[in-house]
Write a protein that binds this ligand. Structure first.
Ligand SMILES: O=C(O)CCC(=O)C(=O)O
Length: 202
């Protein structure tokens, strides 16, 4: 299923370059992945924002091929080897949508008090104009997009098993975030698959 959603009130809506596939993962596939996530070494890393150190309001882990390092704030993170089920998920994205990724960031939000602020996935180690695929497990959370120049907003309520694909142009023109939702009591896990330039950091 390919759906484009536009929820802004302004008269001229711009479509974000996104495709949305509800129910990409079966219940069984979700359960296998959830069982594996329970063994991931998820970490709450510390980053610098405006000269001050802060812990990110979620935990995360970075998996990928050898040489696919990524930089978060001032920290250089080396990839952990692909776990079995996550590797199958990468293969499913290749088989179903011809998407080719070499790394994935796993974000774990313990409940609705954990979040991710406005940003674009435009780090220099990401292959320019490459696609980023986001798979969600667990609690339903809003994924909000904001156009960089018009400030137009669009929101997707991502459910467990959904796949959202961010196409070329998305990171240049839009930002995204996962806002706090204090009524949400369950955990959510999100996987953003990326194409990294191998050995970008040497
Ligand atoms: O949790 C999400 O849906 C968003 C993750 C995200 O924005 C990122 O990994 O850059």
């Amino acid at each position: 299923m390919k759906v484009h959603l536009f929820t802004d009130e302004s008269s001229v809506n711009i479509s974000p370059p996104i495709s949305y596939h509800r129910g990409f993962l079966s219940d069984k596939q979700q359960q296998l992945l959830l069982d594996e996530v329970a063994c991931y070494p998820l970490e709450k890393i510390e980053i610098e924002v405006f000269g001050k150190q802060h812990f990110i309001p979620r935990t995360q882990a970075w998996f990928g091929d050898i040489g696919c390092q990524y930089r978060y704030s001032k920290t250089l993170i080396s990839p952990l080897p692909w776990p079995r089920v996550l590797s199958k998920l990468r293969q499913k994205l290749a088989n179903d949508y011809a998407l080719d990724f070499n790394a994935v960031l796993v974000n774990h939000y313990a409940d609705g008090s954990e979040s991710m602020g406005w940003h674009s996935d435009d780090e220099p180690e990401i292959e320019p104009n490459s696609v980023i695929a986001s798979v969600t497990l667990g609690a339903c959370r809003d994924f909000v997009l904001r156009h960089k120049s018009t400030q137009q907003k669009t929101s997707f309520a991502l459910q467990s098993g959904d796949l959202l694909i961010m196409h070329a142009g998305m990171q240049q023109d839009w930002q995204h975030c996962v806002p706090k939702r204090l009524r949400v009591r369950q955990a959510r896990i999100n996987f953003t698959f990326r194409k990294i330039i191998p050995h970008f950091y040497g």
